[in-house]
Design a protein around this ligand. Sequence first.
Ligand code: ADE
Length: 350
Amino acid sequence: MKFSGFSRDLLTWYRRAARPLPWRREPSLYRTVVSEFMLQQTQVATVLPYFQRWMVEFPDFRVLAAAPEARVLKLWEGLGYYRRARHLHQLAKIVAAEPGRERTPEGWGELPGVGPYTAAAITSIAFSARAACVDGNVVRVLTRLTADESPYPDGVSAARVLTPLAEELLPAQAPGDHNQAMMELGATVCLRRNPCCLVCPVRSYCAGAGRGAPEAYPKIAPKKVERMEVTRVWCERRGSLLLHRTHPDSRRLADLHELPTAEQAGVKKGTGPLLARKKRRITRFDITESIHAAKPAAVRSGEGLVWVPWAELDAIALSGPHRRWIAELRRTGGPAMPRSARGKSEPLLR
Ligand code: ADE
């Protein structure tokens, strides 16, 4: 057996070297579920303060299930991919309604927001189920381990093809620790660039390191990047700022507020003075967003438009970059910024 001893050596290292993350220090089903949702597409360092705040306000499934959705989104604000927060909230309602019910990995996979990776992570960590987790980090470890020359069209297909190998490596004892050790190795040793092979606990098993070219793996086709231009509107009226509240069913930003696009505000593109130009990358899109000032009279009514008084801005859920842009524009004085906040939020512009 080429890999006999692999998991033993990996686990010995993990138990000595793993970062003492809060969901590892005091594990529970709830903490495992929350951490796995937050860690989807997000790095550990970003998640840590969110996880701590979340546990103070929503200490278990029952409290989370009873919380208003606006509060759940507010605590998620800045983590991005907001559908995760809504799914986690729905999941908490389902689990809290049947507290004693046991679920198989397949059963967990049927809950909102739980894909194969998250189902394997939750059930292996919380119930010692023999289910292998394969995310981007684990794909990197496995393809290096076997010097896998196969070209993969994307990470998802690589994960699918590599799952049998991940299962082969999985021990009967402590599969949850083994899965976390694979993630930890990918996150701290088997890095995308400049992997630390000299301190790797499983280097003796690694064909990629043996060939002196671990960075050559995995062979995944680069994502095609698409450029996008978005024009946004900055419009103030009597101590309120015009925002757009995304439809609750939206994939990316359900129920979250943003500066409206010109289309949402019914304003002709790029007419008012340019206040700021911002670039960001969301998934495979390179987006340039231009923020132009508009007069209230230029705005036409539209679904989801809301006037939010300055004093209420902190209380609503705003997408992270938009909160930064708004603060920056107020600070650096885009158009004249009122000092005081007056009036109540008007639900819809009419
Ligand atoms: N990424 C996904 N799940 C994780 C976990 N349990 N620990 C660290 N990183 C992770």
